[in-house]
Design a protein around this ligand. Structure first.
Ligand SMILES: [Zn+2]
Length: 151
């Protein structure tokens, strides 16, 4: 569990809930937990599967996704999966440079000082820079290998 990530996300959610007069919910927190535990894009179907054993209904999970998106705790990714499913990920505020495998969703942090320096020093007119999230999509070694073997 990435403690700071969870605390930050919870704080953001609480702020939204008090503003909108909504209540905390155990189920929603379980969904948020998954996003914080595994920092990768999730589809609704994957969440349903992951929470299968806890008897959290599909409708509850979809509701949680809507609330968490509205609260800007998670965000909808512009790209969809190969099967046209929407993907959500934790909307973290801090600077981040990552790579994600589009097939297995394995992800990691990319340490590249040249790139982060370039972004951090970028001047955008009439815009105050507060942070960035850059995700590089591709195929990991394992997935590339499986693909080649199938041919
Ligand atoms: Zn992969």
């Amino acid at each position: 569990m990435h403690d700071n990530t969870y605390i930050q996300a919870q704080r953001q959610l609480s702020r939204y809930l008090s503003l909108t007069g909504k209540r905390q919910s155990m189920e929603r927190n379980r969904v948020l937990n998954l996003f914080c535990n595994e920092l990768r894009p999730w589809t609704a179907a994957e969440l349903v599967k992951a929470l299968e054993t806890e008897s959290i209904s599909r409708a509850t999970i979809y509701n949680a996704l809507h609330t968490l998106s509205d609260a800007e705790v998670i965000r909808l990714l512009p790209e969809q999966t190969a099967t046209n499913e929407k993907q959500y990920e934790l909307a973290r505020q801090h600077n981040e440079l990552r790579f994600v495998c589009t097939r297995c969703h394995r992800s990691g942090e990319l340490k590249d000082k040249a790139v982060t320096d370039l972004i951090s020093h970028k001047k955008i007119s009439n815009f105050r820079f507060v942070g960035y999230m850059l995700t590089i999509y591709g195929e990991c070694k394992v997935c590339r290998k499986t693909k080649t073997n199938k041919k």
